[in-house]
Design a protein around this ligand. Sequence first.
Ligand code: GLU
Length: 307
Amino acid sequence: MSPPRYRGRFAPSPTGALHFGSLIAALASYCDARAQGGEWLLRIEDVDLTRRRAGAAEAIAATLTTYGFVWDGPVCKQSERGALYAQALDRLREQGRLFACACTRRELEATLPGPAGERVYPGTCRGRPVAGTEGRAWRVLVDDAPVAFSDRLQGRQQQRLDRDVGDFVVRRGDGLFAYQLAVVVDDALQGITDVVRGADLLASTPRQIWLQRQLGFATPTYLHHPIAIDGSGRKLSKETGAAQLPDDPLPALFRAWQFLGQSAPQRPPRSVAAFWRWAIAAWDSRSLPPVAMLPSDADVASQPFAR
Ligand code: GLU
């Protein structure tokens, strides 16, 4: 049987407008998919309704269109897929993998980080009957088997979930499904074969692979590209006040291209359509730097292909 055709995705959270960091993720996933003749899907990750901003999903789609991205099929919205996440949760419950957790935020904040730097759930409610299920989070009972995978850029990765993360939340106390569960269900049911996303999510991938295995889903290949950080070393994000993308796409597209270590064109494309024709042909995932610095505006201005 021939392997399934490449199907990638871009999965922004609609917590605000797209910024330079999101453009990097969109561009990397788009070029990687299109360069291999693959599909590219747009998924709005609004599973966390408390962080969703009115109109942000529409604004993201409009910006992507202005920037010349063309996605395949309808836009998928996590907020409309609760029944699918509930089915996955039931499956985990049937397997005896779920338990209710009554720990307070304060108790959880007092837990210490493990070897991987993340707070490790100490197992407080594991095997302990918790009175009532209202307002309770649901966690999965992890095990001590190493979860390893080979990232196309970052190389071999391995975690032991019991030691590095602990039993993690799949449904929150407020009833919302957790990102880790939603993304696993969506990647599987949308037939995603290749995940290209920021390296800030690298540490989440073993949790996702573990869930895929519990749920009988295939594991896609992963490529975690470098992410843009601001002057104080924080990831560019809506929360840290990253500026929204400018109306004029070409300079920002070139800047993202350059950030991803891709080669400069001999003659700078003069239109967005020409940029994409050139970029998809020129994309080389092997020249991605594992980590990258955000170029300052001065550096960008001195580049031959910056306008
Ligand atoms: N929604 C996540 C974000 O905006 C991306 C998740 C993913 O690509 O798996 O950072």
